[in-house]
Each structure stands twice: as structure tokens, then as C-alpha cells.
Design a protein. Structure first.
Lengths: 761, 779
């Protein structure tokens, strides 16, 4: 066995080297036969005549194959793409997000969307904006004006050119196929293995289906595949450091990382793959004592620029565009700072508000922490603790957020006729809830959730009450002025200190249970931390008839601050982790179900009248790639154990091939898969798609590794069987991608397992 | 591979140059550990040195017992989780079945202690603060068990360092950090499981080191002894709490590295044949996996053997399981309920019966909301004919008798006395605007236009479809069919208009166990009715494995449910910095409190040393990579292998908590803290004493001389005494004394919070609020 292997390796190495010298090298007669699969019998004859068609084909394979694959990809992804005029699955969400952008952009229809109760509001969705902007762009190109309310299952109105929007998305999915071809080539797979990998991506039903709708996943897939390609290209340039081509691929890698991270945060996983590679690469260079230190530093700096700074700038840019497009007020406003809101078109915030706040002013008070809401109260009482009226923090804007500034009880009573008395730093005031007339109050009772803090409630009225209704204003910052003798709308950040207890009013993004309607708990905290932004508050809206209207919104909120604010809100948003009750839960699936293709996903209702799409993969691709991962692990364990026992059967080239074309894809698979195992959030089958790509590459590696030194006949037959099965299964399952019309009973032939619910039969 | 560029210098740690790849492995493997053990070494040094170790050992052990036992009888009240573990011991002594998420070993030990002193388990540790004196509980005996184990833990730490060949100062630092640690003391003076856990964990490290030192005499009697003992310690660890699994990871990683070296064809001791290797592998698999698992099962067998009587844990188990418990009233009396039976429904949590009477809800409540003015439905704790309800099928079946009610059946309930039907609808209940009102309607309505609203589903807890609905044994939720609310009640009494009876309402949250009801009896059946006749039930038996599987599943399931928040829960990142503790017990009159907290100084020293260790390793790797070799081979080997093992123990006992979803407390860090003190001791030696240059020169000479007499060169064990022969240990001793004196100061300062004595004035409390610790009596 060992000797066999060794002999085999010797030739294999040469072949590997030849392959690396690009496909042209394969024009040697000896090689050509091994690589061209079809018409294998004719090869010998053809080789003798000098410029036969086959030789030409062979020579131009690097152009012809990608062209054919791309054409097929576009066909499979575009064919009958507009068949279903129905908003399918998450199209509702992605299109809505983009349409809000559009609507705002055009300004005419903005108000249209605002009425809608949307679960994920625009500003606080967990996805960065690039993907949504692109969908928005496609809508813009399609002439869609953003006036249509998207709800899953509704029919598109005639004026929406949804076909174009879908084609726009399908484009990203289709170009993954030639990129897979080039990636496989770059990983030194031989031609048959390259074709196999490309076919597996092309004939992957789930990739096909997901690309055909207005979803962000095709862009995510595109970004992942592109990043892998750029990484592989960059890796093969490793001996040409600082050449233009080396730089080109370095920056291309950075560019695609920036793109993929701006589409979905899942892009961070492929970034981690490139990061690991870079660390290993630098570590190797660091150990090379012959390398001049300056060159080492240059390597380091180039990578920091290309792989960290550049992607970050792109990410930043996507937000800059996001803010530039979304200039109108919308439902996500409340997540952002008051000052940011004041700069949105059509907002109430800051409009005609008097600048300075006086006693008797009616205000809403905004928490300045990330994702902070408005100070809120309602008639419902605490079920425990004092049993007094609840005080919470709430993002939705309604009259229960309104408070009156009143003088404290020692002071003379508020007189509506007298001249306004302004409020400033260190003034002691009362806050009266406008709807119920009760005072903001705190006392020696533990808060309902954060037990270490004191409960804050609403208690008494104008006359009933005590000095536990007194709050002292401590100004923290003012974006507009150094003068702290007056509180200004929007610009002044202040803390409210309870006079008796000495604690500070705080809303720390802790949600109350159902009895508090899941609103944010408001407490009074003993800890005096001036930098704790959750204790900072500012006046958001302000009305006082006796004061002249001003325009406090003229102060701009700086871009970087908005960027950080939005990102922190995105990351800390509970929405990302908690099951979304609005989504049908029977669609969700678990991580262990994906690699074994245990479940599919119904993308629309299963009515006989509508065209149905089912999200399910090509069984061979899924099962094969999953088995491949196990085989690969065994293979590596085998070689490592034998190595420890003193067998030296692998050449350096073989080791490199396993290392870069085998181990890195497997690491990529782990990086894209494990987070979903650990994460407690609701997961769906399409979360596996980026991981699947790496599993396919691993499968390609194994096919290449095991077959490269076999007899040609064996190679051909195995590749032929694999290719034919992949294609056959793809066609067999085609209806689930291109749309199943009529009764779903017709399609029961595809229902191999009960969990594949493409048919009710 | 990358290693080709590695400079020669780093090869020095390997005695056989050979392949260049091994540098990394060599760093991680324990090849060199054996250079230091005393075993086999001729006692060449002065005998007095060994005596030093023994004298100090005796002293530290004595101090450990003193610190753990001092004032152990205070407080004479139930403290914190003693509520649970004391209670479980009582259940064992009463042999009544109970359920807990922890495996039985630690609790069995407490029961054993109670049995030894002849306690009968009459007290059930119901509330924190209950008096032990008044209840006549031998609590000092209970507490002395963890105190003994806690004291011995200090000794074990000392022995780990000693066995690993560290110098005396290193041993003293490591043991001293545990000795003077308020968290270890606090946790091991009370009836809690952690003393057992930490002790078992420390023992597993010690025994493994003992085992590892014997690897040149594989399969000898002693070798087997320590292997088995390691496995036993591991088994005790995991049989106490499931976090004991981490010790398996620690030892497992070391074993894998060891096996990897055994597999090496160029192994210093000569290559092992594959059959020999398989023997090594099989022995470890047996000693460290199979045997511990058998022990683990054994404790469960003991658990089942003791708990033969029905008790509070019955409800967690399936009826089949419950049938194995004697005098299980519940199953003996269970009668299958038929349609048209008159039943009495009882709320499991508040013990109130579902009740109704002709009075109606008032039109308007005090807070201004309005009711339906329907007939009141309340919860009433006493027997009354108004508690009688007839259970009817959802469809008219012409009063066919003898049909059993099944799980998930839709039923109606007729209030027998008023001849009205139970109903719920979208009207807010008297107290809960969010919950639905329950009322009754007349027959015409109930089968007329209100018909759907009178339908309820019987949903038996953990029931199977078509399971029969039985009295007493079927715990069920009563779900209003159209609106999917669960019938629920709570203890706040309604106002006078409802005679202070309990409110019944429809709870939108179906999951909580407070929604559970049971049918207490069927009053319509005469006492001598045929259906009541049951043959005397024999206590059944079930195969052990089946019982074990069922219990194990149930334990894991409930363990995962422990996600609710606790006011003193903390997060893993807070532990090494000791950002907060746990309030265990307070007494207002004397201003005494027990606040579970480590010794901040000791913890900060240990945690910063961990960082220093990581820094040293990183710096060494980086400089090696650039061809700079700053360490002599022995220090490096010690740093990577022995200290590395301690560091690994710390990491494997700490980082897994970050991915754990359940609520966590400071005491979860104790095993990791113990490992961190080992690292601290080792690093004190590394920093403050250098290996003698003589050794290094000799070593280099041996290396230069190609094939040395391996048996002499490699296997010669060098004790700390030899290593530091003729070298001044002054620096080490000064560092040790410095560290231990500030640690002592920290320990002494926080002592009142650990021992709960004496009470502190406001000022004294405030001075101890170092990182804003949430102490009581701060004003």
C-alpha cells in the first residue's frame, strides 16, 4: 500500500505542477487525454492530426467552459422567472426595506409606508444596508415607485416590474457558477474536478431557487464565492509579492469582503477564513529570518490596508449611502438619537419646538443610550413591588410619552399666566405625566427586574405626593451651547437625579415581562456613573405656547456618531436573537437537519392555484458534500497518524495541496456552520447555503485527490457517473425551482421522505 | 512546512534532533515532566529538605482545618442553597423520592453524614433563615463534611505542586492562595456540593500527575493504581455536578497529547509497536472513560435503592416509574374519568378548587373597567358542593355512559348546583386586564350561540395522545378552545363581592406550570363503587437502565430550563476580576451577613499571573520564531508542560461557561480559580529562580554526545531540591512572603463577610464595598 502510494505520488506531483502552470500546460498530448472527458475515445486519433477540433477545444477550454457554464447558469436562473406574480416568502421583507428607501428617496410616497406596522423597522434591522440598497436600485431601474405595500402572499400590481427585480437578483446567483469554476481551477483541481465543482454549483436546486427571488441571499452567496475566488487568486500570487497582480487580488479580496459584510453580517465568517489564512501567512513570514524586516513590515501593512481598512471603508460607505438615501422620517426613527431624527425630512422632532425648556412645557424625554426609547407611562400598574402606575421606556410615539415640567413642591406653584421660568442645571423639578396627571416617582422598593436598582413609578397627582417626586437636573453635555443655565430641546443631554434617594433615572434596555408589554424597564440606579449613557436623557419634542418656536434641529448629528449608534443598536438588538413570532415557525429548521437534507422549505402558500416553490437542495450535492467532510477528516487523520509512525509518503506539493485546497475549505465550512449551531436564534435552511459552497469545494478536492492518479478509464467512468447523477437529479427536481403549477399532488414523485413537503400527497 | 525555517535553538528541548516538525508538539507535550519527579531518584540531597516539605505540609493542612472549621456552627440558620442540599439529605434519610438536576454523589455524601450521626431527616430546610436549633438538626455534622473536603483541597493543591517537582515557595504560594481564599472557605463551610466538586477536581489532577510520572513503568501495579484513582476522582467529580465534565476535558487533552507521543516512531524511549500502543490506548479508555461511567451509574443505583418511597419528586417521573415507589397514593387512587362523571378540580399550586356560586361579577370594578356581569367562577380552598362539575363531551352522544375522557378531548363543564356551563370569553378578568374572565352561562346559551366558548381542551402534562384522563395522577392544563388561554388562578383574594375567594382567569401564557390542575375526586361515584375497587398494587420494578435513562433525560431537560434570572447571578467575564459576589445570608438584628466573595487580592494576583503566563508563552513563541532562544531547555519544558497543564486546567474549567445558557454564579469559577493558583505558584518559581547553569551545560553536553545513554539521561528524575541545589531561594521566598502577606491581609479584611461574624457598622461595610459589591447594611 505504502509503496503504491509513493509511486503514485511521484507522478501526481508532476501532474499537480503542470496543472498549476495554468490550463494551457495540459495541451501536452499525454495530459490532454486525461482531462477531456467527452469524446474520450477519439482523443488518441485526434492527437495525431495537428490542429484538430479537439485540440483547439482543449486549448480554448479556459474560455469555452466558463462561457458554457455561465450561459447555462443564466438559463437556469432566469428561465420563467416571472411565472409567479406573488410576493414570495421573504421578498416581502427585502422589498419593503428597499422600497422604504425608495419612497424616501423620491419623497412623494414616503408617508405611505409609515402607516404600516413593520416588525423590523428600517433603521434597526440586523442587516447592513448594501444589499437592501441594491434591491432598492433594482426597483428604481424597474421603474417601481415604492408605492406598493409588500405582504407575503399578495400579488404584485401591474406597475411593479417584479420580473426585472428578480432578474437583477438572479444575476448575482448566476455569476457564482463561473466564479466557482475559476476558484476550483485556482485550487489546482484538474479539469474534470473543476467541471464537477462547477456542475455541483450550477445544478444545485437550492442555489437556483434562492437566486430567483428578490432576496439578499443571492448577493450573500455571490459575496462569499467572490471572496473565496479572490483569496485563492491571491494565494496563487504568493510567490510574486508586491507585483501589480498580487496587489490587485489583495485589494479585490478586501473589496469583496467589504461587500459581503455590508450585505449580511454572515459575511464576517468568510472574512474570518481570509483572516486565518493571513495570520498563518504572516506567521510563516515572521519565522523567515532571511526576510528583511522592512519587507515583513510591508507585508503586514499591505494586508492591514487591503483586508481591514479597505473593507471597513466600504462598510462605512454603505452606511453613508444609506443615510444619504433615507432622508425622510420613517418607522425606525425612534431607534436613533433625537438629533438624527430632527434632520429627517417630514419629522415632527424639532419642528417648531421652542428652543429652551421652561416650567409648564410639554415634552417627550428620550434616553440617549443605544436604542434608547422615550420615557413612557400608562395606567397599568406594577403587579409586584409598589403596585403603582408603571413607568417604562418605549419606542413607539404616542401621547403617553408626554410629560409636563412642573416646579417642585417647595417652590411656588406653576402659574400659567406668569412669565415662563426656564429650567437649568441643578434645578429641582417634578415631571407630570400628561395623560394621567401622576408624578414621576421613585422609592425604596427594588425594581422589578434589575433588583439592585429602585423602582420608578407614577404616583399621586398635582396635590397628592411628597418630595420623592423631586428630580434634580444635572446637565451632562450640550451640542449647541456652553450655557448650562437653560435646558435646550434636542441638544442638551442631562441626567435626572432623585433628590431623596440620590439615584439616577436609568433605562438600560432590559425588557419587562408581558405585564409591562415588553417595554423597557426604567429604574433609579444608585451608581453615579456620569458616562453611562443609559442615564442620559434629552428633550425630543417640546411644545409650549408661550415660547417662540425655534429650530433646534439645525445641529447636525455627526455621521460617525450615527454610524456607531446604528451599528451598536443593530448588534444589541434583541430582534436578532429572539424568535420572531410573526414568522411561521413551521418554516424554521435546525442546524443538524441541513447537511443531511432533512427538510426543505415552502416558500409560499400551497394552494393549487398558485405557482409553488420549494427550497430543497440536490440530494447528491448535499449528501455527497457532507460525506466528503467526513471522508476528508478521515483522510487527514490517516496521513497524520502515518506521518507520526514514520511514513513519509507525501511530497511538499501534496501537503500544500491538502493544506490550501482541502483544509481551508473545510475551515470555511466550519466557520459558516458552527455559529448557527451555537446561536440560539431561529434558523432556516438557507442559512446553510454559504457553508454548502465550502463543502462542495471539499468534495471537489476529494474527487481530485483520489482520482488524479487512477487509470483514465476509472477516472472517466467515475466522473461521468457523478456528473450525470448531479445533472439528472437537478432536472428531476427542477419543478421545485422553476415553479410547480397546478395540484401539488402531481409532484408527489419527488417526495422521497415525509419531511420533504413539496407535495401533500 | 513552516517549521523548516525554525531555528535550531528550539530543537534543544528535544533530545533526538531528527525531524524538524516536532518543535511545536514538543512544546505542548509533557515529555519532560518526568525529569523532575522524585521517584526513582536516589535520595542524594540532604534528607532534611524532604522534611521541610512535610513540615510545611502539616502546617498548611492544620491551618486549612482551622480556617474551615472556625465558627462553623455560625450561623445556626439555613443559609442560601442549604435550602436545597440539606433538604435532599433529609429526603435520602426518609427514603422519599425527590428530583434534582444534579447527579446524586455529592448529596449521597451528605445523607451518609446525616446517617452517621443518627439524624432522621425530619426537617426539610424550607426557608433561608429557619433555625437549626429550634428544629433540632445536626447541622454542624452536615457542614463538617464540606469543611473537611475543603480543608483537604488545600492539602491536595500543595501536593500537586510538590508532586510536580516545584520548589517549596511555589508550593506554599499555590496552597496559600487557596488556604486564604474567602470564596473557597465560604463555599466549603456550608451544606453545598461545591466542596466535593472542587476536591474531586483537585484530586483528579493530583492522581493524573502521579500516574503520568509512572509512565516509564507502564502496566505496573502502581501505574494501574493511579490510573484507576484518576478515573475514580473524575467520576466523583462528574457525579457531583455536571460541570465535572470539564475535568474530563482537562485530563482527556493531556492523555491525547501523551498518546500522540507514544505513537511517535522516534519516541525517546524507543518506538512502540501498534499492539503495545493499543494496550496503552485501551487501558486509558478503560480507566478514564468506561470505569468512571460505571461508577457514575453506580451512584444512581444507590440513589434508586435508597429512595424507595413516594415523595416530592414523583411528579417529575412517568407513571410507570412512579409505580416502582411504595405508597404512591396518587397512583393507587387514580380512577379513570368517564364522561358524565361529576368531578372536583383542584389547582395544583394553590390547592384551591374550581368553584362557582350564584353571585355575579359586579358591573364595574374599582379601576373603572367593566365585567360581563356573569356568574362568578372562583377558587375556593374548602370542600363544597359548589365545587362539583359534571364533565360533558363536546358533541351530543345521547348520554352514553362508560366512555373514558382522553387527553386532548374537548369537553364542557356543567356546574351541578346552578346547572350552568363554564365559559371564558374576551372580557378582562377582575384583576388582570390581560387575562380573560371565566364565568358560567345557562344551558340554552351553552348549546346555543355561546357553544364554542364553552369548549375546553384537557391537555395532560407530558401526556400521550389518547392517554386516559385520570383523577389525581393526570396533571393537566385546561385550555379554552377558541381563545387558547389556560385556566389559571393566583393567591390574591378578590374583594368582598366574591367573599375573598380566589380569582380564576384565562392566562395567555400557556407554558407556566402554575396553570396545572388535577381532578381530586369523582363525588358522583359512591365509595364502594366498582370503579373505585382496585386490587392492592404491588410495587413494580423497572430495569435499572430504563429508570436511569428516564431520570437522566428529565435532569437534562430541567437543567436547560434553569434560565430564569437570579438577582445575584453573574457572567463569566466578571469572575477573574471578582466583580461581584452573592449574598448568602443576612441577619438584621446583629447586622451580620455572609456575602460569598473571593479574596479580591488573591484573585487579582492569580488572574494577573494568568495573563503574565500567556504573555510569556506568546513572547517565547515570537522570539523563537525569530530565532532567538531566551530560555534554557528545562525552564521551557517546565513552562510548557507542567505549568501548561495547569493553565489548560484553568482554561477548560473557565471558557466553556461562556457558551452556557443557564444562570451562572461566582462559585462556578472555583475549580478554575484553583487551577489559577497552581499557575501562580509555578510562575513565582519561574520568575524568581533560575535553573542552575550547570544543569544546562550538562544537558548540552549530553546532546552533543549524540546518542546518550537514554536510560540514564532521560529517565533520571530531578527533584526541585536537586534542581536548585546550591542556589539561593531567597528571591522566591521574599516574593512568597510578600504575596502571602497581602493575601492574608485581604483575607482578614473580608473575613466578617465570609464567616458571617462579627456584624459590621455602616462605615465598615462601606469600606468593604470595593468594586461596588452589593453588600447589605451599607446604611
Amino acid at each position: 500500500m505504502a509503496t503504491n502510494d509513493r509511486a503514485a505520488v511521484a507522478t501526481g506531483t508532476e501532474a499537480g505542477d503542470a496543472a498549476r502552470r495554468r490550463n494551457v500546460a495540459s495541451s501536452e498530448p499525454l495530459q490532454s487525454g486525461t482531462i477531456i472527458k467527452p469524446d474520450a475515445e477519439d482523443t488518441k486519433k485526434a492527437a495525431k492530426k495537428s490542429p484538430s477540433i479537439l485540440q483547439v477545444l482543449d486549448e480554448w477550454e479556459w474560455v469555452i467552459s466558463p462561457l458554457i457554464f455561465t450561459a447555462l447558469a443564466f438559463f437556469t436562473r432566469f428561465y420563467k422567472i416571472g411565472l409567479s406574480p406573488i410576493v414570495t416568502w421573504d421578498e416581502a421583507q427585502s422589498v419593503h426595506l428597499s422600497s422604504t428607501g425608495l419612497g424616501d428617496y423620491f419623497g412623494k410616497f414616503g408617508s405611505h409606508y409609515l402607516k404600516r406596522e413593520f416588525y423590523f423597522d428600517v433603521h434597526a434591522t440586523v442587516k447592513p444596508p448594501a444589499g437592501k440598497l441594491l434591491v432598492g436600485l433594482s426597483g428604481y431601474l424597474a421603474g417601481y415607485n415604492g408605492s406598493f405595500e409588500f405582504k407575503s402572499g399578495e400579488t404584485y400590481p401591474p406597475e411593479v416590474n417584479y420580473t426585472f427585480m428578480r432578474q437583477f437578483n438572479a444575476f448575482w446567483g448566476a455569476v457564482c457558477v463561473p466564479m466557482a469554476y475559476w476558484t476550483a481551477k485556482e485550487l489546482n483541481f484538474r479539469r474534470s474536478a473543476v467541471w464537477l465543482v462547477t456542475l455541483m454549483v450550477l445544478c444545485e436546486n437550492s442555489y437556483t431557487t434562492i437566486s430567483r427571488f428578490i432576496l439578499l441571499d443571492s448577493m450573500l452567496l455571490f459575496g462569499t464565492v467572490l471572496t473565496t475566488l479572490c483569496w485563492a487568486k491571491f494565494h496563487s500570487q504568493r510567490r510574486n509579492s508586491f507585483d501589480p497582480e498580487w496587489f490587485f487580488w489583495l485589494f479585490m479580496t478586501g473589496l469583496s469582503i467589504g461587500f459581503v459584510c455590508s450585505v449580511k453580517l454572515v459575511g464576517l465568517f468568510v472574512t474570518a477564513l481570509v483572516g486565518l489564512y493571513t495570520i498563518e501567512d504572516l506567521w510563516n513570514k515572521f519565522g523567515d529570518t532571511k526576510l528583511p524586516v522592512t519587507e515583513l513590515a510591508a507585508h503586514f501593512v499591505a494586508r492591514v490596508l487591503g483586508l481591514i481598512v479597505l473593507p471597513f471603508l466600504i462598510y462605512l460607505l454603505s452606511f453613508a449611502i444609506h443615510f444619504a438615501v433615507l432622508t425622510n422620517t420613517g418607522p425606525g426613527d425612534a431607534q436613533m438619537s433625537s438629533l438624527f431624527q430632527a434632520n429627517l425630512r417630514g419629522t415632527e422632532v424639532g419642528r417648531n419646538s421652542p428652543l429652551e425648556v421652561a416650567l409648564g412645557s410639554r415634552v417627550t424625554i428620550k434616553n440617549m443610550g443605544y436604542g434608547g426609547g422615550l420615557l413612557h407611562s400608562h395606567v397599568q400598574t406594577f403587579p409586584e413591588g409598589s403596585g403603582q402606575q408603571q413607568v417604562t421606556c418605549y419606542h413607539h410615539k404616542d401621547a403617553n410619552n408626554d410629560w409636563f415640567f412642573y416646579p417642585n413642591r417647595r417652590d411656588e406653584d406653576y402659574n400659567a399666566e406668569a412669565d415662563p421660568r426656564f429650567i437649568g442645571n441643578n434645578d429641582v423639578i417634578r415631571l407630570i405625566h400628561a395623560q394621567t396627571g401622576r408624578n414621576l416617582h421613585s422609592h425604596e422598593i427594588a425594581a422589578p427586574i434589575t433588583k439592585a436598582d429602585k423602582e420608578v413609578s407614577c404616583y399621586g397627582n398635582l396635590t397628592v405626593g411628597d418630595d420623592k417626586d423631586h428630580w434634580k437636573i444635572e446637565v451632562i453635555s450640550d451640542a449647541a451651547s456652553r450655557d448650562r443655565s437653560k435646558i435646550r430641546t434636542l441638544t442638551t443631554g442631562f441626567r435626572l437625579k432623585h433628590e431623596v434617594l440620590g439615584c439616577y433615572l436609568r433605562a438600560g434596555n432590559v425588557n419587562l415581562p408581558q405585564w409591562g408589554f415588553k417595554q423597557i424597564e426604567v429604574t433609579c440606579t444608585k451608581e453615579n456613573k456620569p458616562r453611562d449613557t443609559y442615564t442620559h436623557w434629552n428633550i425630543e419634542s417640546h411644545t409650549n405656547e408661550k415660547l417662540p418656536p425655534g429650530d433646534p434641529g439645525q445641529y447636525k448629528s455627526p455621521f460617525l456618531k450615527d454610524f456607531i449608534h446604528l451599528n451598536v443598536a443593530m448588534m444589541t438588538s434583541n430582534n436578532a436573537l429572539v424568535p420572531d413570532p410573526d414568522k411561521q415557525d413551521d418554516l424554521a429548521s435546525q442546524w443538524w437537519q441541513w447537511p443531511i437534507l432533512n427538510v426543505g422549505l415552502r416558500m409560499c402558500s400551497w394552494d393549487d392555484k398558485i405557482t409553488k416553490y420549494f427550497l430543497l437542495g440536490n440530494p447528491l450535492v448535499y449528501w455527497g458534500s457532507t460525506a466528503g467532510l467526513g471522508i476528508f477528516a478521515t483522510l487527514v487523520a490517516w496521513y497524520v497518524l502515518r506521518w507520526q509512525r514514520g511514513f513519509r509518503e507525501l511530497s511538499q506539493n501534496d501537503i500544500d495541496q491538502i493544506h490550501y485546497a482541502g483544509i481551508y475549505p473545510v475551515i470555511g465550512w466550519f466557520l459558516h456552520y458552527l455559529p448557527f449551531v451555537v446561536m440560539a436564534r431561529v434558523t432556516y435552511v438557507h442559512h446553510y447555503y454559504p457553508a454548502l459552497y465550502f463543502a462542495i469545494l471539499t468534495f471537489g478536492f476529494l474527487a481530485d485527490w483520489f482520482l488524479r492518479n487512477q487509470k483514465k478509464a476509472i477516472q472517466y467512468s467515475i466522473y461521468a457517473v457523478l456528473d450525470a447523477t448531479v445533472i439528472g437529479l437537478y432536472i428531476y427536481f427542477m419543478p421545485i425551482c422553476w415553479g410547480m403549477t397546478g395540484s401539488n399532488k402531481k409532484y408527489s414523485y419527488m417526495k422521497w421522505f415525509d419531511s420533504w413537503r413539496m407535495s401533500d400527497a | 512546512m513552516a517549521a523548516t525555517s525554525t531555528p535550531q535553538g528550539s530543537l534543544r528541548q528535544r533530545n533526538v534532533g531528527g525531524s524538524s516538525k516536532k518543535i511545536k508538539d514538543g512544546a505542548a507535550s509533557d515529555v519532560e515532566l518526568d525529569k523532575f519527579p522524585k521517584a526513582g531518584a536516589a535520595k542524594s540531597g540532604p534528607a532534611g529538605s524532604d522534611r521541610d516539605y512535610k513540615v510545611v505540609f502539616a502546617f498548611i493542612t492544620a491551618m486549612a482545618f482551622l480556617t474551615r472549621f472556625w465558627g462553623i456552627s455560625h450561623p445556626n440558620e439555613v443559609v442560601f442553597d442549604e435550602v436545597h442540599f440539606g433538604k435532599f439529605a433529609s429526603y435520602y434519610l426518609e427514603k422519599t423520592y425527590f428530583f434534582d438536576v444534579h447527579p446524586p454523589f455529592g448529596k449521597l455524601l451528605f445523607a451518609f453524614m446525616g446517617w452517621l450521626v443518627g439524624y432522621d431527616g425530619h426537617f426539610h430546610f424550607d426557608n433561608i433563615g429557619d433555625s437549626y436549633i429550634a428544629n433540632k438538626v445536626p447541622y454542624v455534622a452536615f457542614r463538617s463534611l464540606p469543611a473537611i473536603l475543603g480543608a483537604l483541597t488545600v492539602s491536595v493543591v500543595y501536593m500537586i505542586m510538590w508532586e510536580s517537582g516545584y520548589s517549596l515557595p511555589a508550593c506554599v504560594v499555590a496552597a496559600g492562595l487557596v488556604l486564604l481564599d474567602n470564596a473557597h472557605i465560604g463555599q466549603t463551610r456550608l451544606i453545598l456540593l461545591d466542596a466535593t466538586l472542587v476536591f474531586a477536581m483537585a484530586c483528579s489532577l493530583l492522581f493524573y500527575i502521579k500516574f503520568y510520572k509512572l509512565r516509564h513503568e507502564p502496566f505496573s501495579r502502581k501505574w494501574w493504581k493511579w490510573l484507576i484513582l484518576t478515573g475514580f476522582a473524575l467520576s466523583c467529580d462528574i457525579s457531583t455536578k455536571y460541570v465535572g465534565l470539564f475535568a474530563f476535558i482537562t485530563i482527556g487533552s493531556a492523555v491525547i497529547i501523551d498518546l500522540w507521543d507514544l505513537l511517535n516512531i522516534k519516541r525517546p524511549g524507543g518506538a512502540l509497536s501498534l499492539p503495545d500502543f493499543s494496550k496503552h490506548f485501551a487501558a486509558r479508555a478503560f480507566g478514564l472513560i468506561i470505569m468512571p461511567f460505571i461508577f457514575y451509574l453506580f451512584w444512581f443505583q444507590v440513589h434508586f435503592a435508597i429512595l424507595t418511597r413516594s415523595g416530592p419528586g414523583d411528579d417529575f417521573m412517568t407513571p410507570e416509574f412512579q409505580e416502582t415507589l411504595s405508597d404512591n397514593v396518587m397512583l393507587a387512587n387514580a380512577i379513570t374519568i368517564d364522561y358524565y362523571d361529576t368531578i372536583v378540580l383542584k389547582h395544583k399550586e394553590t390547592k384551591a378548587y374550581l368553584h362557582s356560586h350564584p353571585d355575579r361579577y359586579p358591573l364595574r370594578y374599582d379601576d373603572g373597567r367593566v365585567s360581563s356581569q356573569g356568574q362568578q367562577v372562583t377558587g375556593y380552598p374548602y370542600n363544597d358542593t359548589n365545587n362539583h362539575w359534571e364533565i360533558l363531551p363536546s358533541v351530543n352522544d345521547d348520554h352514553k355512559l362508560g366512555r373514558h375522557v382522553k387527553n386532548h378531548d374537548l369537553v364542557r363543564l356543567r356546574h351541578v348546583v346552578t346547572n350552568t356551563y363554564l365559559l371564558s370569553h374576551d372580557v378582562a378578568s377582575p384583576y388582570y386586564p390581560t387575562n380573560q374572565e371565566f364565568t358560567t352561562v345557562a344551558e340554552t346559551d351553552a348549546f346555543g350561540d355561546r357553544a364554542p366558548d364553552t369548549l375546553f381542551e384537557v391537555r395532560i402534562e407530558n401526556g400521550k395522545t389518547n392517554q386516559e384522563f385520570k383523577t389525581v395522577s393526570s396533571h393537566f392544563k385546561f385550555i379554552h378552545n377558541p381563545s387558547k388561554v389556560a385556566m389559571w388562578t393566583h393567591t390574591t383574594p378578590l374583594p368582598d363581592w366574591a367573599f375573598k375567594q380566589q380569582e380564576i382567569n384565562g392566562n395567555k401564557q400557556i407554558t407556566p406550570s402554575s396553570n396545572i390542575w388535577l381532578v381530586e375526586d369523582i363525588p358522583s361515584l359512591p365509595a364502594d363503587h366498582r370503579r373505585r375497587q382496585k386490587e392492592q398494587k404491588q410495587v413494580k420494578t423497572l430495569p435499572f437502565m430504563r429508570k436511569w435513562f428516564e431520570l437522566q433525560r428529565s435532569m437534562f431537560w430541567h437543567n436547560n430550563q434553569l434560565t430564569s434570572s437570579h438577582p445575584y447571578a453573574s457572567l463569566p467575564y466578571q469572575w477573574p476580576f471578582l466583580l461581584r459576589g452573592v449574598s448568602f445570608w443576612t441577619q438584621n438584628d446583629t447586622r451580620q451577613q455572609i456575602y460569598f466573595l473571593g479574596n479580591p487580592i488573591g484573585w487579582w494576583v492569580a488572574s494577573s499571573v494568568l495573563a503574565i503566563y500567556a504573555g510569556i508563552i506568546l513572547a517565547d513563541q515570537f522570539s523563537l520564531r525569530r530565532g532567538i532562544d531566551a530560555l534554557d531547555h528545562r525552564s521551557r519544558s517546565r513552562l510548557y508542560n507542567s505549568t501548561g497543564f495547569f493553565f489548560l486546567a484553568w482554561a477548560t474549567h473557565y471558557f466553556p461557561f461562556f457558551v452556557m445558557g443557564r444562570q451562572l454564579f461566582l462559585h462556578h469559577y472555583l475549580p478554575a480559580h484553583l487551577a489559577s493558583t497552581l499557575v501562580t505558584g509555578a510562575l513565582v518559581e519561574f520568575v524568581f529562580s533560575a535553573d542552575s547553569a550547570e544543569n544546562e551545560a550538562a544537558y548540552q553536553a549530553i546532546r552533543a554526545g549524540k546518542k546518550p545513554a537514554t536510560s540514564a539521561g532521560v529517565k533520571r528524575h530531578v527533584s526541585a531540591r536537586e534542581r536548585f541545589a546550591g542556589q539561593s531561594m531567597m528571591a522566591s521566598w521574599i516574593a512568597t512572603i510578600l504575596i502571602l502577606s497581602i493575601v492574608f491581609a485581604g483575607w482578614y479584611f473580608f473575613l466578617p463577610l465570609t464567616y458571617g461574624y462579627p456584624g459590621l457598622s455602616v462605615d465598615q461595610v462601606l469600606r468593604r464595598k470595593w468594586l461596588g459589591y452589593d453588600l447589605h447594611f451599607a446604611k
